[in-house]
Design a protein around this ligand. Sequence first.
Ligand SMILES: Nc1nc2c(c(=O)[nH]1)N[C@H]1C(S)=C(S)[C@@H](COP(=O)(O)OP(=O)(O)OC[C@H]3O[C@@H](n4cnc5c(=O)[nH]c(N)nc54)[C@H](O)[C@@H]3O)O[C@H]1N2
Ligand SMILES: Nc1nc2c(c(=O)[nH]1)N[C@H]1C(S)=C(S)[C@@H](COP(=O)(O)OP(=O)(O)OC[C@H]3O[C@@H](n4cnc5c(=O)[nH]c(N)nc54)[C@H](O)[C@@H]3O)O[C@H]1N2
Ligand code: SF4
Ligand SMILES: [Mo]
Length: 735
Amino acid sequence: METSATPTHCPYCALQCGMNLTPAPDGTVEVTERADFPVNRGALCGKGRTAPAVLSSRVRLTSPLVRTDGVLTPASWDEALDRIAGRLSSIRSAHGPDAVGVFGGGGLTNEKAYTLGKFARVVLGTSQIDYNGRFCMSSAAAAGTKAFGLDRGLPFPLEDIPKTGCVVLVGSNLAETMPPALRYLTELKDNGGTLIVVDPRRTRTAEQADLHLAPRPGTDLALALGLLHLVVAEGRTDEEYIRERTTGWEDARAAAMAHWPEYVERITGVSVPELREAVRLFCEPEAAMVLTARGPEQQSKGTDTVGAWINLCLATGRAGRPLSGYGCLTGQGNGQGGREHGQKADQLPGYRKLTDPAARRHVAEVWGVEPDSLPGPGRSAYELLDALGTDIRALLLMGSNPVVSAPRAAHVEERVKALDFLAVCDVVLSETAELADVVLPVTQWAEETGTTTSLEGRVLLRRQAISPPTGVRSDLEVMHELAARLGVEKGFPTDPEEVFEELRRASAGGPADYSGITYRRLARENGVFWPCPAPAEGGPAAGSAGESAPAVPSADAALGAGGPDAAASGGTAPDVHPGTPRLFLDRFATEDGRARFAPVSHRAVAEEPDAEYPVLLTTGRVVAQYQSGAQTRRVDELNAAAPGPFVELHPRLAERLGAAEGDPVAVVSRRGRAVAPARITTAIRPDTVFMPFHWPGEGRANTLTNPALDPTSRMPEFKACAVRLEAVQPQASPA
Ligand SMILES: Nc1nc2c(c(=O)[nH]1)N[C@H]1C(S)=C(S)[C@@H](COP(=O)(O)OP(=O)(O)OC[C@H]3O[C@@H](n4cnc5c(=O)[nH]c(N)nc54)[C@H](O)[C@@H]3O)O[C@H]1N2
Ligand SMILES: Nc1nc2c(c(=O)[nH]1)N[C@H]1C(S)=C(S)[C@@H](COP(=O)(O)OP(=O)(O)OC[C@H]3O[C@@H](n4cnc5c(=O)[nH]c(N)nc54)[C@H](O)[C@@H]3O)O[C@H]1N2
Ligand code: SF4
Ligand SMILES: [Mo]
């Protein structure tokens, strides 16, 4: 057997660390350092290092399962596929196409996400498709689109971070959620730059900060407005930039001026001197950045909140300029690409809008269907899950475990159980797959090739390194087989490169234009940043040579061909667009090229604490587990490091409760009750408790969370809901 190392990328988060995989003679796979990939330069976190454990047939599915007499029972592929196609088609005939729903995931490769969106619209004819990315960065995406006319998580590569003057990191615990990226912040400080971290908890990331602001959960909007108020009051605005490059300043300014520092201090708990210090650190250097993650975004006002942080960048001239800007740290492995190519309720490939007639015509032509046959926009993720068992009678689920990860999870679990039919494609028997009528075992990262788009907007080739075990098939094969059984013989290839070739055409001319990217290029270069249009017919792409004007207005001409990695990768052919590492330097992607201020004002969280539920619960992650834990809870080393849920609380709260370290504590919200051991620490605000959401069962954090949705992004309020704490008598251990 071939034992050479294959350069590829991690299956988990959006950093998409490079790694080498080598199959060992005993059937295991060895992960070794891949130093040529510039983003992580060989460094990996524990999850990436242990990822091959999930390839083992000890923990994964290797046979289709069909529910027979109430029990999931091994079955042949034909039996399982026939069952799915039969049920989907009879439910569609009885209740109409929208009675069949599809739920995807931001971990799926671009090829899978694209095919899933096409499958829903072309084969099933349903409008009811959305995905877990709605729970992830949708608020930042909505705010970015409003402000800049385009949403790409980071509009600059990570390598710019150490060179700026100040980074404000809002609600990101990078040290645990993307450990190799911490290096960029360390280098920033080594270079004399400063780091401000905004987090209700003094996290491992906050410990690195020059200034840590610890607002009450759900008050970032007030905080950002208070900072903008001070920027204006202290005369630190960049009037020329505001005049030349933005619109809407008057209204945004008026809204911010209503947020006096003392008022903001009362709302957030961040003192006026701290606010002033933050403004000084942010405004004094020549360049600065604001980066948000799930903290400020997973709120029922996440879009306005991110809008307020963008306002701060715009008012100070810190967007669309070298080493300055606003960025969102996308989360899942393909969180960026997964939101561009059509598994979102309102979207067509290339980040096109499903409601745009020109977009419908373009994509329908690529798909060989009539534009009118494409359904309109459907429900958002939580609304879709909430409709299961009522309007939506059948669901095809690929790449998510909502029974653990969706808000108000006990209700979602009930809705899933109320379905007439559930089919799940997964690599393991997740908690949601356990409820399915048919489970299909699929191939995963190291066993298949595909592309992902990292948090930098860098499209990457994740190469196959080993053969899949017998019994499993790829998601692309599943969709091909189901399409054929549902009467669509063509248009669902199983070869990822063939899918990518079609995706290129479907995305051509759209905001997320991949048409100039090929597998061959990706194999040669260390990723290509979109937009990357194809060369015009019969001539070289404008801008490709570095001396002519870029084809994309926002392309970074200063970088020249090939972007930051051109030297390392040997450069690109002269008739090839170099890709766009840095956006907006010349103009924003709006019609008039100007960025738009958001005229936003603070409002409370959907559920403020009261006498009955006096404490705020916020939720998030720990370094050793990933998401719903479906994959990482199957890895011994990770379980040893993070064996189960816990409730992080301040000593004052613990004392009032009479709870000691490790004692079980019940956390009760209007949605339900969860129990987990106390972890007592002064690193959290005394009015707030924190739970990670990686576990099912008694300690499931999402039993408690509030599905109050942001009106624009439809993001649920994972980061703030009202709870009360109750002491639980520890179970007497048997004598
Ligand atoms: N180990 C690990 N890494 C991961 C993942 C994982 O599950 N495990 N998931 C990946 C994915 S999909 C994502 S989206 C990213 C998420 O990456 P992060 O956004 O870094 O992760 P979270 O822990 O959800 O939230 C970050 C911080 O927000 C803080 N926070 C809570 N409420 C508020 C608030 O109201 N305001 C502010 N400013 N902060 C608040 C929390 O205390 C927490 O420290 O991580 C990716 N990487
Ligand atoms: N309380 C609370 N809840 C949260 C959050 C929070 O901060 N707090 N964060 C939210 C965020 S940001 C996110 S992204 C979601 C994530 O939550 P989920 O959507 O549940 O994400 P995962 O646990 O990654 O689930 C992915 C599933 O797909 C499977 N899988 C992996 N690769 C493939 C593949 O190639 N094909 C197929 N078919 N299956 C595959 C995995 O085994 C796993 O079962 O959770 C959200 N929920
Ligand atoms: S930081 Fe993210 S991409 Fe890198 S090894 Fe860890 S999980 Fe994988
Ligand atoms: Mo996420």
